[in-house]
Design a protein around this ligand. Structure first.
Ligand SMILES: *Cc1c(COP(=O)(O)O)cnc(C)c1O
Length: 400
């Protein structure tokens, strides 16, 4: 089979809910991925930051193999010897009292919504079924029907209603709008410290700090969705750390498993996550020993190999050098650490053709929204590799 055979198979038998670049990958190692013709590419997407530790990291793969040969799934009807150890590791790393493990990011966001509502009724004493959660325009929190119901993207929700009530949208980066939207029924504010899917939107400095003050003042939970920004991507363990902000509820996923296996989690205090009683919530696969073993190794790699610091130092370098590229098309370069967006002017004709040109030169990027190219390579990248990429990016940002 060749490239077009694989593409035909996907297109014939699979739902067309994505529009991937026409590159068929069959191998990955570190920052590099290889297509079925043997071409090599620098992965500048990292599976939306799930592969922060690099593709097929040997330590994480070994942890997967070792655990897969012992025990993979017990369900939470029984205990397993790995889950408690993962809880302890997350506690030591983050300081949060408790963890609730799930699989995908969307499930962790759903879990956070449930615990916020329960906290609202049991602790804040909001009247039954009246809880409101404030969210931001431009958000991306996943694809369940509840979550897309409060998206501001037409395509994410069109034809998928009716939607769950209880969400209030406000502009992103505007702390005044948050304070104005709070009512006695508000239980939580759900926010991304940087909107990744929204086009790498970085809020004004001080926004998160202000938001935290407002949440405390009005007794509402600050819930950070750090599924994409967390675990080193922005050059800190959490993007909220840049402002010294500690959300009441922290939502993580993606890089929690180094892209090897779906593992997500909600972290919070005992006062919050302790509200869940047996039977309140669950997941057959959530907290399974295979996922727990993989997540522990993925976290160990992240901290022991200095990846967070690498994201900070080389991310800053990458962003500075991108800013210096003379180009008729670039409107703005923005981001934090190794999460960088290059926004193109409308006359550039959309980011897609630039991503395709980069593909021809051995760099895989994906447009986010219509006009933004996101550069988010695995955090194991070196300065020399960034320099190599910059040469090609410079050429592509100056093509006709
Ligand atoms: C990817 C992502 C999600 C959803 O995660 P899935 O694993 O795809 O369900 C939620 N929030 C943010 C910020 C994300 O980037």
């Amino acid at each position: 089979m060749n490239t077009s055979d694989y593409i035909k198979l996907e297109d014939q038998y699979g739902a067309h809910n994505y529009r991937p670049l026409d590159v068929v990958l069959d191998r990955g190692e570190g920052i590099w991925v290889y297509d079925t013709d043997g071409n090599k590419y620098l992965d500048c997407l990292s599976a939306y930051s799930a592969v922060n530790q690099g593709h097929c990291h040997p330590r994480i793969i070994q942890a997967l193999i070792d655990q897969a040969q012992r025990l993979t799934l017990t369900s939470r009807a029984f205990r397993n010897d790995k889950l408690g150890q993962l809880y302890q590791m997350l506690h030591r790393l983050t300081g949060y009292d408790m963890t609730l493990p799930m699989n995908t990011g969307a499930e962790a966001v759903e879990t956070a919504i449930k615990v916020a509502r329960k906290w609202g009724y049991r602790v804040k004493e909001v009247a039954s079924n009246r809880a409101e959660i404030i969210v931001c325009n431009g958000n991306f929190h996943g694809r369940t029907t509840t979550i897309v119901g409060f998206s501001s993207e037409r395509q994410y929700k069109e034809d998928f209603g009716p939607f769950a009530p209880g969400f209030v949208n406000i502009p992103y980066g505007d702390s005044g709008a948050l304070e104005a939207a709070i009512t006695p029924n508000t239980v939580a504010f759900l926010v991304e410290p940087i909107q990744g899917e929204g086009g790498v939107m970085v809020p004004p400095h001080g926004y998160l700090k202000k938001v935290q003050q407002i949440c405390h003042k009005h007794n509402i939970l600050l819930m950070a969705d750090e599924i994409q920004t967390g675990l080193g991507r922005t050059g800190a363990l959490f993007a909220c750390d840049h402002e010294g902000v500690r959300p009441d509820v922290m939502i993580i996923g993606k890089a929690l498993s180094g892209g090897v296996y779906p593992v997500s989690a909600v972290l919070a205090s005992k006062e919050i996550l302790g509200l869940f009683q047996p039977g309140d919530h669950g997941s057959t696969f959530g907290g399974n020993p295979l996922g727990a073993a993989v997540a522990m190794e993925a976290l160990a790699v992240l901290t022991e190999d200095g990846l967070i610091n690498n994201a900070h130092e080389l991310g800053e370098y990458f962003q500075e050098r991108l800013t210096e590229i003379p180009s008729p098309y670039v409107k703005e370069v923005r981001g934090k650490g190794m999460l960088i967006g290059v926004e193109l002017k409308p006359e550039a004709g959309g980011a897609r053709r630039f991503c395709e040109a980069l593909q021809d030169r051995g760099i895989l990027c994906k447009e986010t929204r219509q006009h933004v190219i996101r550069f988010a390579p695995p955090l194991v990248i070196t300065r020399q590799e960034i320099d190599w990429a910059l040469e090609h990016i410079t050429i592509v940002l100056n093509m006709d």
